[in-house]
Design a protein around this ligand. Structure first.
Ligand SMILES: Nc1ncnc2c1ncn2[C@@H]1O[C@H](COP(=O)(O)OP(=O)(O)OP(=O)(O)O)[C@@H](O)[C@H]1O
Length: 260
C-alpha cells in the first residue's frame, strides 16, 4: 500500500522574542492510504504544529511533507480539519454550516447535490431533524458531530482531527468514537488524530505514534491490531490493557519521568 502522508525529517522552530523555540526535531511519520494514525505525546511537544504542517498552513524549516506523492507547499483543500472547538457560524443553520466547504472548494457539485450530501452526513452522525437549528441550540457533542460532517463534506483525502473530543464528557466522547467508526466505514478517509486520550487512540486508530518531549521526534510507533468489533467493551480486554500500559510507559519516557 502506498503512503498517502509522508513526513520526512521535519524540523521546525518558532521565532519568539526570547529566541527560536525548537518544536519539531527530525520528525518522521507515514500514514498509508486509508490508514488512521493517532499522535500522542506530552503537552506542548508539537502535535498541533504537526497538523499545521500537514495542512500546508505553515512550512517547516527543514524536511518535507508529502501528500499523495505531492510535496506540500501551501494550504490544501484536500485536507479536512476538525478541532476541539467546532467554531460553527451562529448566523447559519447546521445544514448551512456543513455545506460551507462546498461553497469554498470547487467540487463541481450542484446546490441540490451539495445539500443532499450534507443532509446524508448529518443523518449518518445522528443529527437528522437538526438541519435547521442554529449551533447554539445544540449540545457540545452535537456541535462536534456537525463539525465532523463539515470536515468531510468535500471528501478530503486527509482528515485531521485535533483533539475533537477533548472537551466532551466521557459518555458523549465514547458515543462519538463509535460514530467515527461508522463514518469511516461509509466515508473512507486517511486520518491523523491528535489526542491526549490513550484509550481513544487505540479505539480509533490503527497506528499510534508517540512523540518525544519538545523538540519532538517520533519516539515510538505502535500498530494496533485489536481483535473483535470496535465496541467499547473492546477497551476492557487484556490485550487492550497491555497496549495501554505500553503507551503509558512511552508517555512517561517522553515526559522524562522514566528512563528509556
Ligand atoms: N505561533 C507560535 N509561535 C510561538 N510559539 C508557538 C506557536 N505555536 C505554538 N508555539 C509553541 O510551540 C510549542 C508546541 O506547540 P503545539 O501547539 O504544537 O503543541 P501541542 O503538543 O499541540 O500542545 P498541547 O498538547 O498542549 O495541545 C508550545 O510550546 C507552544 O507554546
Amino acid at each position: 500500500m502506498s503512503n498517502l502522508i509522508d513526513i520526512k525529517g521535519v524540523r521546525h522552530a518558532y521565532k519568539t522574542p526570547s529566541g527560536p523555540l525548537p518544536v519539531l526535531d527530525g520528525l518522521e511519520l507515514s500514514v498509508p492510504e486509508g490508514g488512521f494514525a493517532a499522535v500522542v505525546g506530552p503537552s506542548g511537544c508539537g502535535k498541533s504544529t504537526l497538523t499545521r504542517l500537514v495542512a500546508g498552513l505553515m512550512k517547516p524549516d527543514e524536511g518535507e511533507v508529502w501528500l499523495h506523492g505531492q510535496k506540500v507547499t501551501g494550504p490544501k483543500s484536500t485536507v479536512g480539519m476538525a478541532f476541539q472547538n467546532p467554531v460553527l457560524l451562529e448566523w447559519r443553520t447546521i445544514l448551512q454550516n456543513v455545506m460551507l466547504p462546498l461553497e469554498i472548494v470547487k467540487t463541481g457539485m450542484s446546490r441540490k447535490a451539495s445539500e443532499d450530501r450534507a443532509r446524508h452526513l448529518l443523518n449518518l452522525v445522528g443529527l437528522d431533524g437538526f438541519e435547521d437549528k442554529r449551533p447554539s441550540e445544540l449540545s457540545g457533542g452535537m456541535r462536534q458531530r456537525a463539525s465532523l460532517c463539515r470536515s468531510i463534506v468535500h471528501k478530503p483525502e486527509v482528515l485531521i482531527l485535533d483533539e475533537p473530543f477533548g472537551a466532551l464528557d466521557a459518555f458523549t466522547r465514547e458515543d462519538l468514537w463509535q460514530t467515527m467508526h461508522k463514518v469511516k466505514a461509509e466515508e473512507p478517509f486517511t486520518g491523523v488524530l491528535i489526542t491526549h486520550d490513550l484509550r481513544e487512540s487505540i479505539f480509533l486508530a490503527d497506528q499510534v505514534i508517540v512523540l518525544s518531549g519538545r523538540p519532538a521526534r517520533t519516539q515510538y510507533v505502535m500498530d494496533v491490531h485489536l481483535r473483535g468489533e470496535r465496541d467499547i467493551e473492546m477497551l476492557y480486554t487484556a490485550e487492550s490493557a497491555d497496549a495501554l500500559n505500553t503507551l503509558r510507559q512511552q508517555i512517561r519516557i517522553a515526559q522524562g519521568r522514566d528512563a528509556a
